[in-house]
Design a protein around this ligand. Structure first.
Ligand code: FES
Ligand code: FES
Length: 157
């Protein structure tokens, strides 16, 4: 299969890759750019672990071929903390409220929450639950995740 060159803005910086058209975006992110904070669970659009922000909106990077997003702007979990020793308010809230255990779902959960809170700064608990209903967590039971997102909303307002 003929490879194709793609260029994206990844976490604010231009990145190139030469990829086969069948290569998934999540695999380019992890293998070519070594941004392994994007996790891969089901590889079929169910778990949400591979969620990234594509032009500001959460998408599942296992459901996209990298060539489909040539020219786009993407953000991965690595871009969130403003400084090495400072967390984004959503990350801070997950830490403080124990919104994670094994951490496998966390990058996708945090990016989903960030995009949601930018659109919905004062959410109800039901709105929070709906916002994360595409992200599966096998550890926490979700209660502390909802607490964390509520706390992050307060911190971001
Ligand atoms: S790995 Fe993409 S949704 Fe599960
Ligand atoms: S913290 Fe383990 S899957 Fe969510």
């Amino acid at each position: 299969m003929t490879s194709q060159e793609i260029t994206l803005t990844v976490n604010g910086r231009a990145r190139r890759a030469t990829v086969e058209p069948r290569k998934l975006l999540c695999d380019v992110i992890r293998q070519d750019w070594r941004l392994t904070g994007t996790h891969v669970g089901c590889e079929q659009g169910v778990c949400g672990a591979c969620t990234i922000l594509l032009n500001g909106r959460p998408v599942r990077s296992c459901l996209l071929f990298a060539v489909q997003v040539d020219g786009a702007r993407i953000e991965t979990i690595e871009s969130l903390a403003p400084e090495p020793d400072r967390l984004h308010p959503v990350q801070e809230a997950f830490w403080e409220k124990h919104g994670l255990q094994c951490g496998f779902c966390t990058p996708g959960m945090v990016l989903t929450a960030k995009a949601f809170l930018e659109q919905t700064p004062n959410p109800t608990d039901d709105e929070i639950r709906t916002a994360i209903d595409g992200n599966i967590c096998r550890c926490t039971g979700y209660v502390f995740i909802v607490d964390a997102i509520r706390a992050a909303a307060e911190a971001m307002r």
